[in-house]
Design a protein around this ligand. Structure first.
Ligand code: ADP
Ligand code: MG
Length: 522
């Protein structure tokens, strides 16, 4: 059944006071300095206030957070929270996003008595329990942590009046859909559901058909479009890691009007390597990846936000949807494996009509994914400098080898034929996803009930304690022969306690990355 479309009219004259928000909320909006609502806000707020289910599709940076928090605050002015029974629930895929939504609640709810609790991993259960027991109006949570609290019996979901599922496509990427389905069944059937996503892959479409009741569909920009204010360029590079890093350094150094930039890598191991390499070369840089503890992530993000660090090396998981205003440049160290990630990445720049530049380093092995990206954004991206076919021989690598004897070891082991071939074999596609797991990740292919430790457990341990599981092996196609040498010893059947994460000192390479880690010495 086709969904009803929200009326589309000229929205440029719209003001916040036309939307039906309460005076208190309007005052808070004025205090934040917003002068007019963004299109998604203008269209979603009246519908939410009218108690409709909303399906909001809008690219990152379009103001989706205020589109649901502002009307929620207006609606919450009626009624009071009861012990253990939160009135509204907002689900976010990552801790950072959850923390950010909490921040915006605090910002917009000045002058109101709203109790907000944040349920995310890496924070003690005790404090969170105390808040919940007292009663909260707004609960902001990542799906895993929420279910942990629920299963501990400290939380009742039967009082939920509004359920918000934010960044739904990222939830999908992170394997949270089964958790979301479960949560949707735990909250009252009569609740209002607000669902936001930047893209609408079929799995998300199905989810909305199951859990939204007669929603208003609000789509403010064509799916998977990129802002027209962003200058997008491809930069051809040889595929070797050292050549790519050199290309990256050149791009950063030559970038015009570089205020700040995010460098995206597909693998969290590369985030680490590129970060180390750039620091070594004197760049003002921080890293953001899924293995960092909550405090260091927030610190890195804050330093980047306030301009203390100019560059942030990040993985998709770590950076998705983060509220980082005014990024002037995005550098894709790797072309993303999923075309939709390209849209999200470059959506970090060119926000709110500002100019932005996005460079994507491509090598021979990226032809296929590049095709998918160009198909998705419905335009060709031009090369800055020579394209792949006209890329001069690998001067960079030869120079590096001449100058740096210590790099020869690794390269010497590769045959000249291997050297000409892209490194795909050593970096299989599926490693990217498995390598950079979210904090409370659930392997998508493996229903939780099948995990042995889950059945054995009598007393539930906090989810973080059982976060690390052999996902890499679970998710890797077993018949592939390009994943490296035949496993020795336990092979794929490694007991889970041996796979538990070990805290490493910040600068040392991750164990499985030891092989490539020495490349940072360039
Ligand atoms: P999304 O969730 O769609 O990616 P956010 O809600 O994080 O976007 O908002 C992106 C940025 O836009 C934030 O910095 C936010 O403060 C800002 N913003 C939101 N609404 C407005 C508005 N009406 N006017 C100006 N800036 C806004
Ligand atoms: Mg958002």
């Amino acid at each position: 059944m086709p969904l009803p479309l929200a009326p589309k009219g000229p929205l440029d004259k719209m003001s916040f006071s036309d939307l039906g928000l309460s005076q208190k909320v309007l005052d808070a909006v004025t205090a934040t300095g917003y002068t007019e609502p963004t299109p998604i806000q203008a269209q979603a707020i009246p519908e939410i206030l009218a108690r409709r289910d909303v399906l909001g599709i809008a690219q990152t940076g379009t103001g989706k957070t205020a589109a649901f928090t502002l009307p929620m605050m207006t609606l919450l002015e009626q009624g009071r929270a009861r012990a253990r029974m939160p009135r509204t629930l907002i689900l976010e895929p990552t801790r950072e996003l959850a923390a950010q939504v909490e921040e915006s609640f605090n910002k917009y709810s000045v002058g109101q008595r709203l109790d907000v609790a944040l349920l995310i991993g890496g924070v003690s259960f005790g404090d969170q329990d105390i808040k919940i027991t007292r009663g909260v109006d707004v609960l902001i949570a990542t799906p895993g942590r929420l279910l942990d609290h629920f299963e501990r019996g400290k939380l009742l979901l039967t009082g939920i009046e509004i359920l918000v599922i934010d960044e739904a496509d990222r939830m999908l990427d992170m394997g949270f859909i089964p958790d979301i389905e479960r949560i949707c069944k735990l909250v009252p059937f009569t609740r209002q559901t607000l669902f936001f996503s930047a893209t609408m892959p079929p799995e998300i479409q199905r989810l909305t058909e199951t859990f939204l009741h007669n929603p208003v569909r609000i789509e403010v920009a064509r799916q998977s479009t990129t802002a027209s204010t962003i200058t997008q360029r491809l930069v051809a590079s040889h595929g070797q890691a050292s050549a790519k890093r050199e290309t990256l350094r050149r791009l950063i150094r030559d970038a015009e009007e570089l205020k700040n930039g995010i460098i995206f890598c597909n693998r969290k191991s590369d985030v680490h390597i590129v970060y180390k390499s750039l620091s070594k070369h004197g760049f003002n840089v921080a890293a953001l990846h899924g293995d960092m503890d909550q405090r260091s992530r927030m610190a890195a993000l804050e330093a980047f936000r306030n301009g203390t660090t100019q560059l942030l090396v990040a993985s998709d998981v770590a950076a998705r949807g983060l509220d980082i205003p005014e990024v002037s440049h995005v550098f894709n160290y790797d072309a993303p494996h999923h075309a939709e990630d390209y849209v999200h990445r470059i959506g970090r720049t060119g926000r709110a009509g500002r100019k932005g530049t996005a460079y994507t380093i491509v090598s021979d092995s990226d032809a296929k994914v590049l095709g998918a990206i160009e198909l998705l954004i419905k335009s060709k991206i031009e090369f800055d400098g020579p394209d792949l076919a006209n890329l001069p021989p690998d001067e960079g690598e030869r120079r590096t080898e001449r100058g740096r004897g210590r790099e020869r070891g690794e390269r010497g082991e590769r045959s000249s034929r291997a050297r000409r071939e892209p490194r795909r074999a050593r970096e299989p596609e599926n490693v990217a996803e498995t390598d950079d797991q979210p904090d409370e990740h659930v392997a998508r292919e493996t229903p939780r009930a099948e995990w042995p430790e889950r059945q054995e457990r009598t007393e539930r341990a906090p989810r973080e304690e059982r976060r690390e599981r052999p996902r890499r092996d679970e998710r890797r196609p077993r018949d592939r022969d390009d994943d490296g040498p035949t496993p020795k010893g336990l092979g794929e059947h490694v007991p889970s306690f041996m796979l538990r994460s070990v805290k490493l000192p910040p600068k040392s390479p991750e164990p499985e990355e030891a092989e490539t880690a020495h490349e940072t010495e360039d």
